[in-house]
Design a protein around this ligand. Structure first.
Ligand code: PGA
Length: 255
């Protein structure tokens, strides 16, 4: 398989961190550090209220801004929710959908992940769709079945054309924020399983063109080895994306 056909995408997931003024400074600092590093796409996914200052600070740089969730309805009585059209107008290009923290703490299911993904794509956003097994599933030896099922359910009904705007982030839940990282071989294996599942749903060509990231305690120390794997096309980075100097080293590793 020719990995060079795919772009490498390094995305930060700030989670619930940074006020708008902090975001402005952090985006500006990150942008300065990754200037001219065009060997990969660089995205920072920020809290909703940070979007305006992040987009402003990213203007004219090679940093793109994303959001961390989107509602599936277009508008209406959904207190506290944000629609895809709202996001698009603020200047975000990407949105994370189905992060394990949303699945774990906010009742997100494969069905709602699928609905959000469809709504985001229909509005013209690009999606970073997260999935991955929990520790008990890995220990029971059913990781392959779980991620393959999530892939099928989360992508249900998406056209091949829509898939061009979907990035998958494989994030083993046991590795998120824990300091435990999947080994490069584990990450490669599961990203490969996701790719095979996509090939079964669509075509091998489409699967070979799909960007599949690894996420879960990726940092400046382990990124190069993870990214060297044939099925790992980038990273979704939480903790280490909050520190521009660390995040930019991951971007360096992806060059
Ligand atoms: P982490 O988070 O890098 O802090 O483990 C990754 C993620 O949740 O996307």
């Amino acid at each position: 398989m020719d990995k060079s056909k795919r772009k490498v995408v390094i995305a930060g997931n700030w989670k619930m961190n940074m006020t708008p003024s902090e975001a402005k400074a952090a985006v500006a600092e990150t942008a300065k550090l990754v200037e001219g590093k065009t060997g990969c796409e660089v995205i920072l996914c920020v809290p909703f209220v940070d979007i305006a200052s992040a987009v402003e600070a990213a203007k004219g740089t090679n940093v793109k801004i994303g959001a961390q969730n989107v509602h599936f309805e277009a508008k209406g009585a959904f207190t506290g929710e944000i629609s895809a059209a709202m996001l698009l107008e603020t200047g975000v290009e990407y949105v994370i959908i189905g992060h394990s923290e949303r699945r774990q703490y906010f009742g997100e299911t494969d069905e709602t992940v699928n609905k959000r993904t469809k709504a985001a794509l229909a509005a013209g956003l690009k999606v970073i769709l997260c999935l991955g097994e929990v520790l008990e599933q890995r220990q029971s030896g059913i990781t392959s079945e779980i991620v393959s099922m999530q892939t099928k359910l989360d992508l249900a009904g998406l056209t091949a054309d829509e898939m061009k705007n979907v990035i998958i982030a494989y994030e083993p839940v046991w590795a998120i924020g824990t300091g435990l990282t999947a080994t490069p071989d584990q990450a490669d294996e599961v990203c490969g399983i996701i790719r095979e599942t996509i090939a079964g749903l669509y075509t091998k060509e489409l699967a070979d063109a799909t960007v599949i990231q690894y996420g879960g305690s990726m940092n400046d120390g382990n990124a190069a080895e993870l990214l060297s794997k044939v099925n790992v096309d980038g990273g979704l980075i939480g903790g280490a994306s909050l520190v521009p100097a660390k995040f930019s080293k991951i971007v360096d590793a992806a060059q």
